[in-house]
Design a protein around this ligand. Sequence first.
Ligand code: FES
Ligand code: FE
Length: 426
Amino acid sequence: EEMTQIETIGYLNETVQPEAGTIPAFILADPKVYDIEHKKVFMKTWLFIGHESEIPNKNDYMLRDLAGYSIIITRDSENEIRGFYNMCTHRGMKLCRADKGNKSSFVCPYHGFNFKNNGDLIGVPLQKDIYGTDLDKSKLGLHKIRIESYKGLIFGTWNEEAESLSDFLGDFKWYLDILAGRAEMEVVGPPQRFIIHSNWKVGADNFVGDSYHTMVTHGSIAKLGMVPSATYSKKGYQIHTMNGHGLNLGTPNPDFAFPEELKSEYKSNLTDEQYDVLANLKNMIGNIFPNLSFLISHTKVKGQLISNTTVRMWRPIGPDKMEVIAWFLVEKNAAEDWKKRSRDSFILTFSPSGIFEQDDTEVFTDITAAASGPMPVMKELVYNYTMGMHREPVSDFTGPGVVYGDKFSEANQRNFYRYWLDLINA
Ligand code: FES
Ligand code: FE
């Protein structure tokens, strides 16, 4: 029989037990859970929108999605980045329909109301004739979306009461500095977008802490000699902070995989401790709660180890479906040839045609399909998340958060699901 939302939340509290290491399979496929998540998670937290370098010039704009709703991100004529709900305030037409472009105002395709890219309504066709003097244009501006940036990464939220982005990211900023703030970074090209039949949490779970799968899922790539097999070692740290954020950090790495000539730029943007992590980095893979994953990984391209940096959003579009949106980020001041090889390394590994991506998405879709099995069986089948429970955090690492002494643990996933459940109960 149908469960009401309150009954479903009660059931989630009984069965989702991160501290005990058990998570029931039905949360990856159940339409009610999907609806609850949308209201309690996606409408409440900060969500990634894009990178400032995607709209580098005055009057650039791009269309994005915020929790399933279309928004326009503009860089106005004062160079301020702003967000608006993509709806004309006259009769509700979708105001902008192009993915991106450059213009200082938007004319509605229905009756021609004209909105400046700071949200102000500046023109109404035949205004004096048909409205007389009664129309107050100042009351008909576009609906503003709350947006904030950190190191070029733009986030937005529908929740006017949400803490600041900076507070939401908290200690995790220390790691985001290495990812997105180590140098002036830019997005190359439009983000790659593709749809797969997977629940969004499978992607977040995989990136927040699952390095354990690499030896098996990606084993063939190492056998082919396309990555150093040491890539799959558990060596490094698993780290999580509050609000469900987490990452795995592979280290040490004797080969500096970033452009040598940028060392001074890195040093001026990072603390000595952060630079030390970067200089010894083998890989860094994590997830900003709820659904923005990121990756710095190194691949051999034409015999040389080269890093590539990507952020990717698992955008839910149904209980068993998501759009993956992947941005490739590169050091703006690197040599053109290095940038190109870094992009080649990204395309070879984590683009839709990438060898790692192909391996992972096959797993993601099969997990989701299995989780869509019959009820009530799927409530009784629970996943095992107990890895590393017998271990204590270590204190020999320089960065903040709860740190474990190697990457093979499920502490990060338990932290992710704890925060997920806390939001559902909030
Ligand atoms: Fe936009 Fe009428 S709906 S001008
Ligand atoms: Fe993988």
